[in-house]
Ligand binder design. Structure first.
Ligand SMILES: NC(=O)c1ccc[n+]([C@@H]2O[C@H](COP(=O)([O-])OP(=O)(O)OC[C@H]3O[C@@H](n4cnc5c(N)ncnc54)[C@H](OP(=O)(O)O)[C@@H]3O)[C@@H](O)[C@H]2O)c1
Length: 204
């Protein structure tokens, strides 16, 4: 299959690209890096990406910005970042991609366990992740031509915690988080929220 990975230059996306590369033709898309560039916050940019890559079988999105911070310090602008980038960016990947994706293709999006398991600081992220999961469950009911849509919900990734200088012992390695994406692309599931922790302890 020809698979577009949005966020392929990032921590999770890189591991997904490694996991899929052996069996599939992977197009690595970043914001500034990668084979192609896209800005998730811009529908025009997403449409330009699809025009540039031509026909494809699957889209994996491991990208999307949202603001983490104390509730008392969050502004409307902070909430709008997540809504316009992580939520609507992924929704627009689907809306603009549906007319061009191959029959029986698939979309695999990204949320995060903060959707159901919030923590202090996640008030602007949790609703975005929950909305993505709600979108996927509903959109799956109307996918045409055998197209599937799923979402992977990662926990804190070990490499991310290490990069932030935090205790990474509780984080899940990106390679095993990637297993959730591989299952969505290669499997037959539709409308599923995949808790990546199911794959903890598995390599890519
Ligand atoms: N890492 C975690 O612990 C964790 C946990 C739960 C959920 N998540 C979610 O998983 C997703 C990926 O996280 P990550 O940690 O792998 O991210 P990351 O390492 O920061 O990488 C971000 C990726 O997204 C691309 N990107 C940045 N801004 C973009 C934009 N405006 N439009 C399109 N692409 C853009 C980057 O491209 P360039 O390299 O070209 O800039 C890069 O490929 C995010 O939605 C995040 O919320 C992550």
């Amino acid at each position: 299959m020809k698979i577009l990975i949005i966020g392929a230059t990032g921590t999770i996306g890189r591991a997904v690209a490694e996991g899929l590369s052996g069996r599939h033709a992977v197009i690595k898309v970043g914001h500034r890096r990668g084979d192609h560039q896209v800005d998730l916050a811009s529908l025009d940019s997403i449409k330009a990406l699809y025009r540039a890559v031509g026909p494809f079988d699957a889209v994996v999105c491991a990208a999307g910005l949202a603001k983490f911070g104390p509730l008392a310090e969050l502004t409307e602008r902070d909430f709008l970042l997540g809504l316009s980038n992580k939520l609507m960016g992924q929704v627009n990947l689907v809306l603009a991609g549906l007319p061009v994706i191959a029959d029986r293709g698939s979309f695999t999006l990204t949320s995060g366990v903060l959707s159901m398991e919030p923590m202090a600081g996640s008030a602007a992220i949790s609703p975005v992740n929950a909305a993505i999961e709600g979108f996927v469950r509903a959109a799956a009911l109307e996918m045409p031509r055998g197209v599937r849509i799923n979402v992977v919900s990662p926990p804190w990734v070990k490499e991310t915690l290490a990069a932030m200088g935090m205790d990474s012992s509780t984080g899940q390695p990106a390679a095993s988080v990637a297993r959730g994406y591989l299952a969505a692309v290669d499997g037959a599931m539709n409308g599923i929220v995949i808790d990546a922790r199911v794959y903890a302890g598995h390599g890519a």
